[in-house]
Design a protein around this ligand. Structure first.
Ligand code: HEM
Length: 449
C-alpha cells in the first residue's frame, strides 16, 4: 500500500443511483462520459465501485486478483449450479480444476465440436424449411440451436431430443431464477418452501437425473465417444493421478450449460439485430459466407477465412456485451490505481462502459465491424475490449463460443434471408444482456441444402 493521498472517487448518492438505473444498460453505457474512470454508490453499509478504467480493471482482475473474490452474484449461481469453475472461490481448488479442464477446450476438441455446430445448424435450417413468410422468435431459435450444440458436444448421442427440450426448459428457468434472486438483496434460504424454489429444485433434480444417468451408463460403455464428457471423465489431476468425482463432473457440466448457453444466445441475437440495421455490413458478411457455406458445409479449417464474421462478432459483443458487467468483492484493504479500496467493497467491472468509452473508441456508438480488422486482443487492448472477461478467470469457453458463432453466422448468412420485425429492442442487463423478450424475424427464403 502506498503513502500518497488516495484519489477521491466521484460518488452518486444511493437514491440518485436509482434514477440513473431506470435504464441500467444506458447507465453502464454512458457512465464513462460523466465519470471517465469510475464512480461509487454508497449504500450506508458498503461501497459499490463501478469501474471502467482499464488500468484499474487490470489491477482487480489480474495484478492483484487474489484480493478480489467473486461477489454475491456468484454465490447465487453457486446455490443453483454447485461448485463448478465459475463459482469456485477457493483459489487452489479453482486452479487445480481449471488446469484439469483446460485441455478439453483445446484445438482438437474444438475441431470435433465444430462438426456438431454445423450439423445442428443444418438441422435448424431444415426445421425452417416450409416456414417461409412466418415470423419466428429468433432468440428462441438460437436458444434451441445452442442448447442442441452444447448437449451434443458434451454427450454425443447419449441425449435424446426430449432430454434436450427438458435441459433447455430447466436451464432457462434456473437462469431466470438466478436473476430474480439477484434483484432482491435479501432472499430466503434455498431450502425454504417458496413455490419458485420448489420449482427450481425440481429443475435441478431433473437435470441431475439426466447427468448422473449418462455418467453411470458411460462408465459401463466399451467404446465411449470422444466427447467433452469423456474428456472430463478421463482427465486426471497432476498431483494425485485421480479423476473427478461424479459430483464434481456434474457441477462442471451444469456450469458449462449455464455459462455457455444464454451468453451465446444473446450474442447471436444482438448480432443479427445489428446486421439487419446495417445493410452494408450484412452484405459484406454474406459475400464472405457464400464462398464457404452456400453449397457445402463450412469446416473448422475455414475459420481463418471467416475473418469478417469474426469482426462482426467482436463488434456486436462490443456494443452489446453478453455479460455486461462482472462483480468482485475486496477481501482486504487495497490501493487500486490510487483509490483506497476497503475490505468488503464491491467492484463492478463495467464491461459495457469500457466498450463504449470515448477515450478508447472512435464513434463508440456506431456499428463498424471493420474497426476490429487490425485489433489484437492483447497488450493495452486486453482491458479495453473484454467480452470474455480478463485475467486468470477469463472465460474457458471463449474459443468454443467464437468458433460456434462464426460457423452459425456463416451458414445463416449464406443460406437464409430474414427480415427484422422487432423495433427498438430494449437490452435487459441481469447476469447476461438479454434482448427483451427476444428478436422477431420474418423468414423469407431458406436454403436448407
Ligand atoms: C458469447 C459467449 C460467451 C461470453 C460472452 C462469455 C463470457 C464470460 C465471462 C465474462 C466470464 C468471466 C466471468 C468473471 O470473471 O467473473 C466467463 C467465464 C466462464 N465461462 Fe464464458 N462466455 C461465453 C461462452 C461460454 C461457453 C460457450 C462456455 C462453455 C462451453 C463458457 C464457460 C465459462 C466458464 C466455465 C467460466 C468460468 C471460468 C473460470 O472462472 O475459470 N462460456 N465467461
Amino acid at each position: 500500500m502506498t503513502n500518497t493521498t488516495p484519489k477521491k472517487a466521484p460518488s452518486v448518492n444511493f437514491f440518485k443511483s436509482f434514477a440513473m438505473r431506470e435504464d441500467n444498460f444506458k447507465m453502464l453505457t454512458n457512465a464513462p462520459q460523466r465519470f471517465p474512470e469510475l464512480f461509487t454508490i454508497n449504500f450506508g453499509l458498503g461501497k459499490f465501485y463501478i469501474v471502467h478504467n482499464p488500468a484499474m480493471v487490470q489491477h482487480v482482475l489480474q495484478q492483484n486478483h487474489l484480493n478480489y473474490v467473486k461477489d454475491r452474484g456468484y454465490e447465487v449461481l453457486g446455490i443453483l449450479l454447485g461448485k463448478g469453475l465459475i463459482t469456485n472461490e477457493n483459489s487452489a481448488s479453482w486452479r487445480k480444476q481449471r488446469t484439469l479442464m483446460q485441455p478439453s477446450f483445446h484445438r482438437e476438441s474444438l475441431q470435433r465440436i465444430s462438426e456438431v455446430v454445423v450439423s445442428s445448424t443444418g438441422r435448424l435450417l431444415q426445421s425452417w424449411k416450409g416456414k417461409e413468410g412466418t415470423v419466428v422468435n429468433f432468440t428462441h431459435e438460437m436458444a434451441w440451436l445452442t442448447i442442441d450444440i452444447v448437449s451434443k458436444a458434451l454427450f454425443t448421442t447419449d441425449v435424446t431430443d426430449e432430454d434436450i427440450q427438458m435441459t433447455w426448459r430447466n436451464i432457462n428457468y434456473l437462469n431466470d431464477e438466478a436473476s430474480r434472486m439477484l434483484k432482491n438483496p435479501i432472499h430466503f434460504p434455498f431450502s425454504f418452501p417458496l413455490p419458485r424454489y420448489i420449482k427450481a429444485r425440481k429443475c435441478i433434480a431433473e437435470l441431475d437425473a439426466l447427468i448422473y444417468g449418462i455418467i453411470q451408463r458411460r462408465r459401463q460403455q466399451q467404446n465411449p465417444p470422444h466427447d467433452l464428457l469423456q474428456l472430463l471423465m478421463e482427465a486426471r489431476y497432476e498431483d494425485t493421478g485421480e479423476g473427478m468425482t461424479d459430483l464434481q463432473i456434474r457441477d462442471e457440466l451444469m456450469t458449462i450449460y449455464a455459462a455457455g448457453h444464454e451468453t451465446t444466445v444473446n450474442a447471436l441475437s444482438w448480432t443479427w439485430y445489428l446486421l439487419k440495421q446495417n445493410a452494408a455490413s450484412e452484405k459484406t458478411l454474406q459475400e464472405e459466407s457464400i464462398k464457404l457455406a452456400k453449397d457445402r458445409n463450412p469446416a473448422f479449417a475455414d475459420l481463418p477465412l471467416l475473418e469478417y464474421g469474426k469482426q462482426v462478432m467482436n463488434e456486436s459483443m462490443r456494443l452489446y456485451p453478453p455479460v455486461p458487467a462482472i462483480g468482485r468483492k475486496a477481501a482486504k484493504d487495497d490501493d487500486a490505481n490510487g483509490y483506497r479500496i476497503k475490505s468488503g467493497n464491491i467492484i463492478g467491472i463495467n464491461i459495457t462502459g469500457l466498450h463504449h468509452h470515448p477515450a478508447y473508441w472512435e464513434n463508440p456508438f456506431e456499428f463498424r465491424p471493420e474497426r476490429f480488422k487490425n485489433f489484437e486482443i492483447k497488450g493495452d487492448n486486453r482491458f479495453i475490449f473484454m467480452p470474455f472477461g480478463a485475467g486468470p478467470r477469463i472465460c474457458i469457453g471463449n474459443s468454443f463460443a467464437m468458433m460456434e458463432m462464426q460457423l452459425v453466422n456463416a451458414m445463416l448468412s449464406a443460406r437464409v434471408e430474414m427480415e427484422l420485425v422487432s423495433k427498438d429492442i430494449k437490452p435487459v442487463p441481469m447476469i447476461t444482456l438479454k434482448p427483451g423478450d427476444g428478436i422477431m424475424m420474418r423468414l423469407k427464403k431458406v436454403n436448407a441444402n
